[in-house]
Design a binder for this molecule. Structure first.
Ligand SMILES: Nc1ncnc2c1ncn2[C@@H]1O[C@H](COP(=O)(O)OP(=O)(O)OP(=O)(O)O)[C@@H](O)[C@H]1O
Ligand SMILES: [Mg+2]
Length: 323
């Protein structure tokens, strides 16, 4: 008797994700095709990747760990996540936890709709819940200023099974495999000493922090790396000016009398302003740009005096000391 062999369908094996190299680092990460056409994928801006930071974040992403980035203001915590999302084609949703983000932004809320001519309330998922469901990256910026009510809701999402319960609908959202969670803060963990400089931040609950699988310590770069970053953001600014600005930043950060943070953001703002101010005398122009971009933001008279003195010395000002 002839037996008919039933042909087995070949089992579908998911194709390995296409990898993309993070420029200048030799580190590769999965490229997310599902991000194609999604306007939440950040635009790729000029960015200088730090190999060590990228290596650490790549491990965190592979393990699906919650990743905390800590460091002083304007050192590159937010921008590295945005730049990585841009290169790897991952949609990214940012939340400013500075009191603006409430439980309804995380979970969702009832919104009025008109159905068949009558007004009704419909529950709409919050952007965080939507990101979990659709597999987007989420960045909780300034996590150390988050409202306690929000921290409590997030706690279960930070767990390994990543579930968000929606009380209004009784639904539980389990995160899509592409969902990843980042948090940035100036005072997380061991930088708590810095808290006195960052009014308005709340001491982080240890149980909450424990749910971050890794902490990336970001700091201001050394002068040569800072020059590259400023140059990437301010094309067309003379190298000698960028070099001088980064020398001022380096000197002030090392100066005990100077108490504020001198961020890379300030270096970039200073260089960008310099290029747009009128005037032939480039020293006068660079010092005027310093006043506008940097010095007028300082509240301490000592910081003002020290930064003027350092900037004048580095740029070779020979004029009057009176302001
Ligand atoms: N590696 C880099 N390459 C190019 N630009 C950079 C780099 N790192 C930081 N920058 C630029 O420096 C500025 C500050 O960076 P960013 O906003 O990421 O800092 P932050 O640590 O998140 O600051 P804050 O604590 O105030 O939120 C931005 O304009 C950013 O584009
Ligand atoms: Mg930031």
């Amino acid at each position: 008797m002839e037996t008919t062999k039933t042909k087995r369908k070949p089992r579908r094996v998911a194709a390995p994700p296409k990898m993309i190299e993070i420029p200048g680092t030799g580190v590769s990460m999965p490229f997310n095709h599902e991000g194609n056409g999604n306007p939440r994928v950040p635009l790729l801006k000029p960015y200088v990747f730090d190999k060590e930071q990228v290596e650490e974040i790549a491990v965190g992403l592979l393990l699906d760990a919650n990743i905390a980035l800590t460091g002083p203001t304007g050192c590159g915590k937010t921008s590295i996540v945005a730049a990585l999302a841009a290169v790897t084609n991952n949609p990214l949703v940012r939340f400013n936890m500075n009191g603006e983000t409430r439980v309804s932004h995380i979970v969702g809320m009832n919104k009025p709709t008109t159905e068949a001519g009558s007004l009704a309330l419909k529950f709409v998922l919050g952007p965080f819940a939507e990101a979990m469901e659709k597999g987007w990256w989420v960045m909780l910026d300034e996590i150390d200023a988050a409202l306690q009510s929000v921290v409590m809701v997030l706690q279960s999402v930070l767990e390994e099974d990543r579930i968000l319960f929606i009380p209004e609908t009784g639904r539980a959202i389990r995160a899509h495999p592409n969902f990843r969670l980042f948090a940035t803060g100036n005072t997380i963990g061991y930088r708590a000493v810095a808290r006195m400089r960052h009014a308005g931040t709340n001491p982080m609950n240890d149980a909450f922090l424990d749910r971050f699988g890794l902490v990336i310590a970001v700091d201001y770069p050394n002068r040569l790396d800072e020059i590259k970053r400023v140059r990437a953001n301010c094309p067309g600014v003379d190298d000698a000016i960028i070099d001088g600005i980064c020398r001022v930043a380096e000197d002030l950060r090392a100066d005990d009398k100077f108490r504020s943070d001198f961020s890379t953001r300030r270096c970039i703002q200073w260089a960008a302003l310099f290029n747009h101010l009128p005037g032939e005398d480039f020293i006068a122009r660079v010092l005027r740009a310093a006043e506008m971009a940097v010095i007028r933001k300082m509240t301490s008279p000592t910081d003002v005096a020290v930064s003027r003195e350092v900037a004048r010395r580095i740029f070779g000002w020979e004029g009057d000391d009176d302001e």
